[in-house]
Ligand binder design. Structure first.
Ligand SMILES: Nc1ncnc2c1ncn2[C@@H]1O[C@H](COP(=O)(O)OP(=O)(O)O)[C@@H](O)[C@H]1O
Ligand SMILES: [Mg+2]
Length: 261
């Protein structure tokens, strides 16, 4: 579904990504791990068109994404969340999700101004869908609350609902459980599994090894801008290069988690 071929990225003289090739199959939960500064978020920034690659190609469903503006890439069916929460604190959860949904509402200025039936029907459908998406991340009962009132874990889930509101087929999650407590992590893991089961392909960056291992079918490991392995989680966990570079000790993946990212 998503294919990066020999992608490199330099900022000034600094080569941040070097010949990155990876494929995310349709329907997968695919993980990208690696230490802080390895270039993981840069991969997402390239995929979503925020920055252009220095060389290499990125294709989505066979279409080359080169030169496409971020909103065009969103329209093709790729949505993301950010490593740092980006929500509108003063707005309700429902309004936050509706902002994400904006491009799906297709009405003219006059219709909106005079509140014509077409506009009202689309608004109603948009609100219904936004409530449904909030339900997918366990926040439907808080739809009218102000986003600011949410816990950190809930805010991260709200971001996922908002990303889903653009009706993507591929969802990119940048460290979705960062800063969450264990209960929140388990809850989010369930929500991501359920979203994947609904047919969404998921590509996630994560540093919590237990989370990655429990969720992903394949995991790519990025180190100093290069992919050092891409394999099933069980194989990545015992890969000597990965252990040496990240885990330090060959013990259970969960216990080794602090060494990652
Ligand atoms: N827009 C940018 N301009 C200059 N340097 C950047 C930019 N974005 C990222 N970098 C650098 O690229 C490297 C990789 O960053 P990043 O992709 O955020 O890593 P990760 O997400 O794996 O922690 C870092 O050294 C970072 O400082
Ligand atoms: Mg990052």
């Amino acid at each position: 579904m998503l294919k990066l071929t020999s992608v490199s990225k330099s900022f000034g003289g600094l080569k941040v990504l070097d010949d990155v090739t990876l494929q995310v199959p349709q329907g997968a939960v695919f993980g990208l791990i690696g230490p802080n500064g390895a270039g993981k978020t840069t991969v997402f920034n390239l995929i979503t068109g925020l920055i252009p690659p220095t060389s290499g190609t990125i294709a989505f469903d066979g279409a080359d994404l080169a030169g496409l503006a971020p909103h065009r890439i969103t329209r093709l069916g790729i949505a993301r969340t950010f490593q740092n929460i980006r929500i509108f604190n003063e707005m309700s959860l429902l309004e936050n999700v509706l902002v994400g949904r904006h491009r799906h509402i297709d009405y003219g200025f006059a219709q909106a101004l005079f509140s014509l039936p077409g506009y009202r029907a689309q608004e109603a459908a948009a609100r219904e869908r936004a409530l449904e998406l909030l339900g997918w991340v366990g926040l439907a009962d808080k739809a009218a609350d102000v986003a600011d009132s949410l816990s950190y874990g809930e805010q991260r889930r709200l971001e996922i609902a908002r990303a889903l509101a653009t009706e993507p087929r591929l969802l990119l999650l940048d460290e979705p459980v960062a800063g969450m407590n264990p209960a929140e992590k388990t809850e989010l893991m369930g929500a991501i599994r359920a979203i994947n089961a609904r047919g969404y392909t998921i590509f996630l960056i994560e540093h919590d090894m237990r989370f990655v291992m429990g969720l992903c079918e394949s995991v790519a490991v990025l180190n100093f801008g290069r992919i050092i392995t891409c394999d099933r989680p069980e194989a990545v966990r015992v890969n000597p290069d990965v252990i040496e570079a990240y885990l330090g000790r060959d013990d259970d993946a969960g216990a080794a988690a602090p060494a990652i990212c």
